[in-house]
Design a binder for this molecule. Sequence first.
Ligand SMILES: [Zn+2]
Length: 494
Amino acid sequence: MGEQLRAYRYALDLTDAQASAVAQHAGAARWAYNHAIATKFKALDERQAVIRGAVDAGADPAVAAKQAPKIPTRFDIQKALNQVKGDDRTDQEGVCPWWHSVSTFAFQSAFSDADRAWKNWLDSITGNRKGRRVGRPRFKAKHRSQDSFRIHHNVKNPTIRPDAGYRRIRVPRLGSLRVHSSTKSLCRAVDRGAVIQSVTISRGGHRWYASILVRQTADEAVPTRSQRLAGTVGVDLGVHTLAALSTGETVVNPRHASVARTRLTKAQRALSRTQKGSNRRRRAAKLVGRRHHEVAERRASTLHAITKGLATGWATVAVEDLNVAGMTASARGTVDKPGSNVRAKAGLNRAILDVSPGEFRRQLEYKTAWYGSTLAVVDRFYPSSQTCSACGARAKLTLADRIYRCAACGFAADRDVNAAINIAAQAAVAPGKGETLNARRAVDDHPQPAGIQSLTAMKREGHRDNAVVTPTRQRVGHPNIGAAQEVAAPYAYG
Ligand SMILES: [Zn+2]
């Protein structure tokens, strides 16, 4: 499979001194980012003025644009900053005389981030970037942006490394940081030749996290014997159940957000009762942030457990190519065409978002590649929930119908399980050939393993396995079945 970038993420247990050093680094990175963006905007104004002047004087616009001063990149910005930064150790005045108290990488990583934000914006304007329109880079405000910075090292002479005992990681300038979980899997990867590239330290709620990026080579993963025996599993992402499998099993939507929403609402209500600028308000706001963060963390670990269970349990995981934006579009409708049943649909939308289908799909993409399975994406125009998985007859179901009952053959099943069986069967046929397959038999051909058992076992592994990956290679799903989604490009490192 070649090279892989993989991230190991740990919650940190910092000493007071480390916590303040880390916060200082994050502040420096924010300052540097804002400095870079401001420098770029100032240069853009100057550039446009020069071009305008030249064109007014009769120059060709294309020539004028070529001759006008360029927008500075991180190297230019760093070089210029070195002249004016000052140094408070020698009472030299400047724009950031405190620069020596943080790692120089806090500046460098922020400058890279600013370059990327700038490029994304320009590419989005010029049409060189697909997808959602990227806005003009914004300045990072202390209370709005996420506190984060990256530290690199020379990979030949690594200074970012796990300490002995699986409990600590060593980061230059910050020292030995204690982590919540064990670094064993990271240590093993390093022993097998993985190379640590950088560490990103960021704040989530009240806690700091370290995400260690590792470059490793991995053999092409092939399905294990038990995966091959298991064959194909169809997955229907649902609202009432988080996921229904073609094996008949359902994973109950933990609805983290709805359970935690009560706590969150309480925290928000408390916040609204406080007075602006008071200490009480500051504390209440902190609690609201913490509650939001808890919801996100729990949701993330559930999703990771499920996608890992699927990717390791079967040779092929079949999912539907859902139109997420369409499913969650506002139920209110427009003035001309007001939506019906708005309240019920609003609840539905919340539940769908709770499952994060996009993230589910993204994780399945890279985990199937890791564990030797294949992701098959079934065309979303295939009516998986309206088709009888036993005889192929069609029926109209409303969202309220929980059980699929076939009038033609008498088959009855949970509606989502019925859909999952159809998805598995659809993945087995090459679309466009007009070929059909008896869906029941297609599934019955493969004895199913205790997929969900392995799935719940995975859950216990918790955050250690919340490895976030940036695949260096794009994986294409089952032949002829939908194109693989574009995956996020690796960070541009500086
Ligand atoms: Zn039927």
